[in-house]
Design a protein around this ligand. Structure first.
Ligand SMILES: Nc1ncnc2c1ncn2[C@@H]1O[C@H](COP(=O)(O)OP(=O)(O)OP(=O)(O)O)[C@@H](O)[C@H]1O
Ligand SMILES: [Mg+2]
Length: 255
């Protein structure tokens, strides 16, 4: 199979994130087969493919959930290994997973600071966390009732916004979002899309998994297509069409 290498070769800057020949099997299931993708700094990179193509598995390799069986991951040009989600996070990679990891019975600010609580004299510094949470939420213009509200009272879109806010804060360089708008209505989707554009404008790189072609065409600068565990094509978004992407996903178009 011929892989589309042009996008990475024409990039003048070092990719922020790169997978080189990444493979991973779960027993007999070859979830990832020799995957090469790059994520450029300051861009929205889309990762598309049918159900089971391997998108979430690849993202989990980037975020320290899975270790690849073989291949390399480079971050800022350096080979990296993330033995845990915390280690990926420390390196500057934040992930909003397909199944949101928010705790319903905690408040917005508690979720934002989960596992990175501020303490003062050995006690939780709630005032500081509430204050900083408020700042994070207003900086990203996230529409939530109050940072003291319980997450269980929020709508799907508001929860997604909190999760993105959490990922965008804490000086992450790369924010990975696995189908952030799949469960959202039209208006909530529009708000989350605004957030994605804002993140990019503020200099974050975004890796966006989406089944929504309009969204991919509107928001991304680069698209990688996965099929049955392989990355079968890469395109600059302005040099392709939704129709071509669909063909590449289904295999009707062979790259
Ligand atoms: N933890 C796991 N154990 C066993 N098999 C897995 C595991 N995670 C994923 N798989 C398998 O790996 C393949 C790729 O799954 P993955 O979740 O990466 O697909 P995806 O592209 O994210 O699909 P979707 O669009 O439906 O989210 C599938 O065949 C899936 O069943
Ligand atoms: Mg998935």
């Amino acid at each position: 199979m011929k892989l589309e290498k042009a996008p990475s070769q024409t990039q003048t800057t070092t990719p922020l994130l790169e997978a080189r020949g990444v493979s991973l099997s779960f027993g007999n299931v070859r979830a990832l087969v020799d995957v090469d993708v790059t994520v450029a700094p300051g861009e929205v990179t889309a990762l598309v493919g049918d159900n089971g193509a391997g998108k979430s598995t690849l993202v989990r390799c980037f975020s320290g959930v899975h270790a690849p069986d073989s291949g390399e991951i480079l971050f800022d040009g350096n080979p990296v290994r993330f033995p845990s989600p915390e280690s990926a996070r420390e390196a500057g990679i934040e992930t909003v997973h397909q199944n949101l990891a928010l705790v319903e019975d905690l408040t917005v600010w508690q979720n934002l600071f989960l596992n990175r609580e501020h303490t003062r004299f050995g006690f939780l510094d709630r005032r500081r966390m509430r204050r900083e949470a408020q700042k994070m939420v207003s900086e990203l213009a996230v529409n939530v009732p109050q940072v003291t509200s319980k997450v269980r009272r929020l709508s799907g879109g508001q929860r997604q916004a909190v999760a993105i806010c959490r990922a965008a804060g804490f000086s992450s360089q790369l924010v990975i979002m696995d189908e952030p708008t799949a469960a959202l209505g039209v208006q909530e989707t529009a708000r989350v899309e605004e957030l994605i554009v804002r993140l990019k404008d503020e200099g974050h790189a975004v890796l966006l998994i989406s089944h929504n072609f309009d969204q991919v065409m509107r928001l991304s600068q680069q698209v990688w297509v996965m099929r049955a565990g392989r990355c079968v094509a890469g395109r600059r978004t302005d040099a392709t069409t939704g129709q071509e992407i669909v063909g590449l996903i289904t295999g009707a178009i062979q790259d």
